[in-house]
Design a protein around this ligand. Structure first.
Ligand code: HEC
Length: 112
C-alpha cells in the first residue's frame, strides 16, 4: 500500500501540471476587459490584490492587480490555475472548468 502511494505521488508531481509552453496561442477573442479583469478579481485578488491586511498567506510579491502584473506572472498563473491545473485558488469557491480553459487560452496569447 505504501509503495503504491509513493508511485502515485511521483506521477502527480512528474506529470500532473500542464505548463503554458504546452498551450499554443490560436488567436483569442478574450481580452482583459472582457475576461481577465473579472476572472482575476473574482478568483484571485481577494488574496493576491493590492497589499492589504487579509492576503491569507499569499506571498506579497504575487500581486495580480493590473494586466501588466498578470502578464509578468503568466507562466506561474497558468501552472497553478489554468486548464487542468487546480492548485489555485485554494478553494472552496473554484472557477468552473470552462473558466479555467478560457484562462488558459487568454494567457497563452499573452493576456491581451
Ligand atoms: C484564499 C487565498 C488565495 C486565493 C483566492 C488565491 N491564492 Fe494563490 N496563493 C495563496 C497562498 C497562501 C499562496 C502561497 C502558498 C502556495 O504557493 O501554495 C499562494 C501562492 C500563489 C502563487 C505563487 C507560487 C507559485 O506557484 O508561483 C501563484 C502564482 C498563485 N498563488 C496564483 C493564484 C491564482 C492564479 C489565483 C486565482 C485563480 C490564486 N492564486 C488565488 C492564496 C490564495
Amino acid at each position: 500500500m505504501r509503495c503504491e502511494w509513493l508511485v502515485l505521488s511521483f506521477l502527480l508531481i512528474g506529470c500532473g501540471a500542464k505548463t503554458i509552453d504546452e498551450q499554443p496561442c490560436n488567436d483569442t477573442a478574450l481580452t482583459y476587459a472582457s475576461f481577465g479583469e473579472s476572472f482575476m478579481s473574482t478568483h484571485c485578488q481577494t488574496c493576491h490584490g493590492a497589499v492589504g491586511p487579509d492576503r491569507r498567506g499569499a506571498p506579497l510579491a504575487y500581486d495580480f492587480g493590473t494586466v501588466e502584473l498578470v502578464r509578468g506572472y503568466k507562466d506561474r498563473i497558468y501552472v497553478r490555475a489554468a486548464s487542468v491545473n487546480t492548485t489555485m485558488p485554494p478553494g472552496p469557491d473554484d472557477p468552473s472548468e470552462e473558466e479555467r480553459e478560457q484562462l488558459a487560452e487568454w494567457l497563452a496569447c499573452d493576456a491581451p
